[in-house]
Write a protein that binds this ligand. Structure first.
Ligand code: SAM
Length: 253
């Protein structure tokens, strides 16, 4: 397999092209990151956060207004920052120190001082009384076995009555995408040649994608006293390679 060390590869993204690493659209690559494109980037985050809170209010808890929030795989703060704006404190966790540094810079420039940033190794020692635990477009990049372990760990950080919203890919969307990922992950140098074609550096990393079984995650969560309260199927955009859903859990009060 070409995926030597996905964690290290995320640090490469964090160092060289953090916004494109989060949303793989050309307009968010380092060379195209104008002020307008940056505003567009953060607008997608605000829209996402509003939608997630609306889903919870309409389907689980009408007055949901979380004050202590954990965003797992926070990247450059696209979602952590809007959540933090309406909370007492917001904790961001990410595998890439450079992504965390960019979040810190963004939080400072937006005047926020209630954000706490951590590496995944800190997870077991983080508070276990979060009102809300959230993760978006992160588990897809983590190998399934490791992802299931992390999934359990982040659910243990919820307070009784607290809610989790976790984005989960469950199926490769198109045949073309399946062929692409098969070739890139199995054939040596295929990714490097693709990089040349896309005018990227030779060693530009491949973003790995993994599917999960939502049923298995629902079973795991139930065993942790966090039954699934809502499932939101995400309508795939034209450019999406995987079908995904948001699973919502609530820790039994
Ligand atoms: C596609 S980005 C999404 C960032 C953010 N959730 C958002 O939607 O704006 C994926 C993020 O997950 C982080 N990540 C990847 N593997 C991780 C792991 N095992 N633990 C924590 N974070 C991880 C990456 O460093 C990257 O910042």
């Amino acid at each position: 397999m070409v995926f030597a060390n996905p964690d290290k590869e995320w640090e490469t993204y964090g160092k060289t092209d953090p916004y494109f690493g989060v949303l793989t659209e050309d307009k968010f690559s380092q060379k195209n990151l104008t002020e307008k494109n940056r505003d567009d980037f953060f607008r997608t985050g605000r829209d996402h956060c509003e939608n997630v809170i609306r889903q919870i209010r309409e389907n689980i808890h009408p007055a949901f207004a979380p004050q202590k929030i954990l965003d797992y795989g926070c990247g450059v703060g696209r979602l952590l920052i809007p959540f933090a704006k309406n909370a007492d404190s917001a904790f961001g966790v990410d595998i890439s120190p450079s992504m965390l540094a960019e979040t810190a810079k963004n939080a400072k420039s937006m005047g926020l001082d209630n954000i706490h940033l951590h590496l995944p190794a800190d997870l077991p020692s983080l508070p276990s009384d979060f009102d809300f635990v959230h993760s978006c477009i992160v588990f897809q990049h983590i190998p399934r076995k490791k992802g299931e372990t992390l999934f359990q760990l982040i659910l243990t950080r919820l307070r009784p009555g607290g809610i989790a919203a976790i984005h989960i890919p469950y199926q490769t969307h198109t045949r073309k995408a399946k062929i692409y990922f098969d070739i890139m992950s199995r054939i040596p140098f295929a990714q490097n040649l693709w990089n040349l074609l896309k005018k990227r550096p030779w060693h530009y990393p491949l973003m790995q994608m993994n599917n999960y079984s939502p049923i298995r995650l629902i079973e795991i969560a139930s065993s942790l006293h966090c039954p699934c309260r809502h499932i939101q199927i995400i309508q795939p955009a034209k450019t999406d390679t995987h079908k995904a859903c948001f699973l919502y859990f609530q820790r039994i009060p």
